[in-house]
Design a protein around this ligand. Structure first.
Ligand code: SF4
Length: 228
């Protein structure tokens, strides 16, 4: 198996198959990421059912909802074989806010996301010399995500794998129900996409990510915008 074969197979493999083949091609230099959002359980479940030792990396920005912190513990208990890795911004949240302002997420959310999320994540990727990254993003979430293929190779050579790219929110919901995956505690309060607390509100009913950075044209934290 080489990358060209994986690219060819990526058209037909199901989500589980794509994760498994990718793992065997890139191990041990492959990770997955999670935001512990509403739909995060699916990728975690697939990796754990395959029993693969893939690190499931999350960036703790310091601005999580308390319910997200609870959810992390719920999933850690639920998936005892999951290899969760927490990555943090190098600067303590209080120092960061004091330095850049307590309204930094309103004043300059791109800067805040870059410092608190994107940089720590890519620093981790570089430090560990990661070659492939599995992410659960889906086409229907944003216009940018609609432009992606199930496998993308960044200019840096990093290979991004999107097993759920063509799944709808209904597919995700059904999978979570059918597999008894715990839901994020804020799901029952009407949230359909969860990020940091200061930048997440209840969504408009027609758009699952409309509660994120509400009132701004920003739709992505930037993690997935590094040259698609
Ligand atoms: S989502 Fe908001 S609080 Fe979180 S890193 Fe981005 S701007 Fe900062």
């Amino acid at each position: 198996m080489n990358i060209n074969e994986l690219l060819r197979l990526s058209e037909t493999l199901d989500a589980k198959g794509l994760i498994e083949k990718s793992y065997h091609l890139f191990k041990p230099k492959i990770i997955s990421s999670t935001s512990f959002g509403i739909t995060s359980g699916v990728i975690i479940d697939l990796i754990c059912k395959l029993n693969l030792p893939i690190e499931i990396v999350y960036v703790n920005t310091g601005f999580f909802f308390k319910e997200t912190l609870e959810y992390i513990e719920i999933l850690k208990n639920f998936y005892k074989n999951a290899n969760f890795v927490e990555v943090k911004a190098s600067e303590n949240k209080e120092i960061f806010l004091k330095k850049f302002g307590y309204d930094i997420f309103k004043k300059d959310p791109d800067f805040c996301c870059r410092e608190r999320k994107v940089k720590p994540f890519y620093d981790y990727i570089r430090k560990k010399d990661i070659r492939a990254w599995i992410s659960g993003i889906r086409k229907e979430q944003t216009d940018f995500r609609r432009t992606l293929n199930r496998i993308e190779i960044l200019d840096s050579g990093l290979v991004k794998i999107y097993p759920l790219l063509n799944w709808t929110s209904k597919d995700v919901y059904n999978y979570m129900k059918d597999n008894n995956i715990p839901f994020h505690p804020l799901y029952e309060k009407g949230y359909t996409s969860i990020g940091c607390e200061p930048c997440t509100e209840l969504p408009d009913f027609y758009d699952e990510r409309s509660g994120r950075w509400k009132g701004l044209c920003k739709k992505e934290c930037g993690l997935h915008l590094e040259i698609k």
